[in-house]
Design a protein around this ligand. Structure first.
Ligand SMILES: C[S@@+](CC[C@H](N)C(=O)[O-])C[C@H]1O[C@@H](n2cnc3c(N)ncnc32)[C@H](O)[C@@H]1O
Length: 393
């Protein structure tokens, strides 16, 4: 139709077309932004292992200790010349430093790199160093099971006894693997000890009174004895025993009021008698039925002393909800979710919340310690006919 012959004024057609066009453009613009947001969210998650692996590379290259020894901001050329790297790689070091500065492990001024509060926890001589934990979690033996999670979900074997770890490692449990491979045993025990040093310090600082008046304590699954050593030192009158698998306590020396006993808490032999049992990071390794078996053994040990027993649990209690936007809260929640996945992939356990059963015990004191809680229960186990650990499914 020739221009100007329409029953509607041309201007009005043009303007309504323009409105529709601009609406369409706006919708396309929003769709494109949403697409890009979704893509960046995904890429960020797909590639987030690079954060962990970059950190591991920095530790393998000893970067935090080198910057620390420098004792003042360290310029990039000095850092490069202090590293044991091939000269051809020198131009790449700033790229590793750039991502680690971005993730808050170093900060950079005109004068050079300095450590942040977080990276002081990577120093070898920091008693609270997290490096052993990092090196264990990123060890290829513990990384391999993550490639088997989907097949574990798909296979028909009993999911309460099989694990992706077992699928990846010829059916062995983590404990059997550590028994057979001295290197992994060392790496894993040192990782546990590094966590135990932090926890022992916090427990002794915040909850020491929980241990007052005890005569005889057994730390079941106590690893190489870091927590028990701290308790034995703080309470020289108390007899402390670390009970763990033979390959874990092998080579550990008894001293003063501390001794080591090798054994298996699931075997028929009783646990050493005690008036208090400590289980730190033990119940989360096991499924509900296994937890009940462990707690029955603990109950027998406590009953054999002829007194009311005390069971002291140090465990994570999963947050059920968190304040969105509260970064501390979100990061605790995220770390707890990671740990729960870790228990599922490496072991038969899980992180539990109060509804999962911990609350069923008479609670005397609960002390929040970042992402973990210390739960101290005082229970007349001797006269208590229940298994003592009721899990609601
Ligand atoms: C997660 S680690 C915790 C170690 C220590 N309680 C800590 O928090 O540092 C679990 C411990 O349980 C021990 N364990 C596993 N199976 C065991 C068993 N059947 N009998 C005794 N200890 C066992 C492991 O050797 C390991 O030291």
């Amino acid at each position: 139709m020739p221009k100007g012959k329409s029953c509607e004024p041309t201007d009005s057609i043009d303007s309504s077309e323009r409105v529709m066009e601009s609406q369409h453009e706006e919708e396309q613009h929003i769709a494109a932004s949403k697409l890009l947001d979704a893509q960046i969210h995904l890429w960020n998650h797909v590639l987030s292992f690079i954060n962990s692996m970059s950190l591991k590379s920095a530790i393998d290259l000893n970067i935090p200790d080198i910057i620390h020894k420098h004792a003042k901001p360290m310029p990039l050329p000095s850092l490069i010349s202090s590293l044991q790297i091939h000269p051809s790689q020198s131009p790449n070091i700033h790229r590793l430093m750039r991502i680690l500065t971005h993730s808050g492990f170093f900060s950079q001024s005109k004068e050079g790199y300095v450590l942040t509060h977080a990276s002081t926890l990577l120093l070898k001589d920091n008693p609270f160093s997290v490096s052993p934990f990092l090196l264990a979690m990123l060890d290829p033996v513990l990384i391999k099971p993550w490639f088997h999670v989907a097949s574990w979900f798909k296979n028909g074997e009993d999911p309460t006894t099989t694990t992706p770890f077992g699928t990846a490692h010829g059916g062995k449990t983590l404990w059997e693997y550590a028994r057979d491979e001295a290197e992994l045993n060392g790496v894993f025990n040192e990782a546990m000890a590094s966590d135990a040093r932090v926890v022992a310090s916090v427990v002794m600082g915040k909850c020491k009174r929980v241990f007052e008046g005890l005569e005889c304590l057994v730390d079941v699954g106590g690893g190489t004895g870091t927590v028990a050593k701290a308790i034995a030192k703080a309470f020289p009158q108390m007899e402390c025993t670390v009970f763990d698998l033979p390959h874990v306590v092998e080579g550990q020396e008894d001293s003063g009021n501390l001794k080591f006993v090798g054994g298996d808490m699931f075997q028929d032999a009783p646990l050493p008698p005690a008036d208090a049992i400590l289980l730190k990071s033990i119940l989360h390794d096991w499924n509900d039925e296994e937890c009940v078996k462990i707690l029955k053994k603990c109950k027998e040990s406590l009953a054999s002393k002829g007194k009311d027993g005390k069971l002291i649990l140090i465990e994570i209690i999963m947050k059920e909800n968190y304040e969105k936007g509260d970064m501390d809260d979100e990061s605790i929640m995220e770390t707890q979710l990671y740990l729960d996945m870790l228990m599922m992939v490496m072991l038969t356990g899980k992180e539990r919340n109060e509804k999962d059963g911990y609350v069923d015990w008479k609670r005397e004191k609960r002390e929040r310690m970042g992402q973990i809680d210390i739960l101290c229960w005082f229970q007349s186990l001797q006269n208590n006919s229940r298994s003592g650990f009721k899990i609601s499914h």
